[in-house]
Design a protein around this ligand. Structure first.
Ligand code: GRF
Length: 215
């Protein structure tokens, strides 16, 4: 069984989907720890409800990103993880941190990467008049939301949808499904990172990731 650590800052619905998938044996891994940077984040209660160990490294207690990351790294290492999942972890990580865990570290981003890295992805998709939007799981590299995509799922943008409507639709109908899938491939050693590319079963994944279809 692979050891999985999840880093989250907020409500943690992706964390919940990952915990549920682990408990339902959808992948060969255990969530052994949850780390947050926000003391009051709901993800802590979600972890505690499932008997999962937690750590809080409050970035506000640090005067530099480097010092924050040194303690964050210690907390991560204390769980001896095989896989580190950023599930709504709202801190930018420095290249020093990211490079240390390269190939083990994955993130979910609520856009059809390479479109819309960064913030306000849902509003940007609406403003651009896109008829589709979605989310992408990718390996984390030093470039913000720029690491190689692993899996991507899409959903339609309907007329009059607000950014909040679209965010919720993507979260529940796409994100909660594609994250466990990527973790499954990592647990089975089918997915790896090499030289800036994501490979599934030794084949390089295209620039938008494996396209996931709703069942
Ligand atoms: C998700 O939309 C994720 O894509 C983004 O942050 C949000 C986290 O939501 N990076 P939750 O905390 O998992 O509910």
């Amino acid at each position: 069984m692979k050891r999985i650590v999840v880093l989250a800052s907020g409500s943690g619905t992706n964390l919940q989907a990952i915990i549920d998938a682990a408990e339902n044996q959808q992948f060969a891994g255990d969530v052994v720890g949850v780390i947050t940077n926000v003391p009051e984040a709901k993800c802590l209660a979600r972890a505690a409800n499932h008997g999962i160990a937690t750590a809080c490294i409050d970035h506000k207690a640090y005067s530099s990103r480097e010092e924050f990351e040194a303690d964050l790294g210690q907390a991560v290492d204390s769980f001896a993880p095989d896989i580190i999942v950023l599930a709504g972890f709202m801190r930018i990580l420095t290249p020093v941190f990211v490079d240390k865990y390269l190939g083990k570290l994955i993130n979910i981003h609520p856009s059809l990467l390479p479109k819309y890295p960064g913030l306000n992805t849902h509003q940007r998709a609406i403003d651009a008049g896109d008829d589709e939007a979605g989310a992408t799981v990718h390996f984390v590299t030093a470039e913000l939301d720029g690491g190689p995509p692993i899996i991507q799922g899409r959903t339609g943008v309907r007329e009059n949808m607000t950014a909040a409507d679209l965010a919720s639709e993507i979260l529940y109908s796409v994100e909660h499904h594609i994250f466990p899938k990527a973790i499954d491939w990592l647990c089975d050693d089918r997915l790896r990172y090499a030289e800036g590319k994501a490979l599934l079963d030794n084949t390089i994944i295209g620039e938008s990731g494996v396209q996931w279809e709703k069942a």
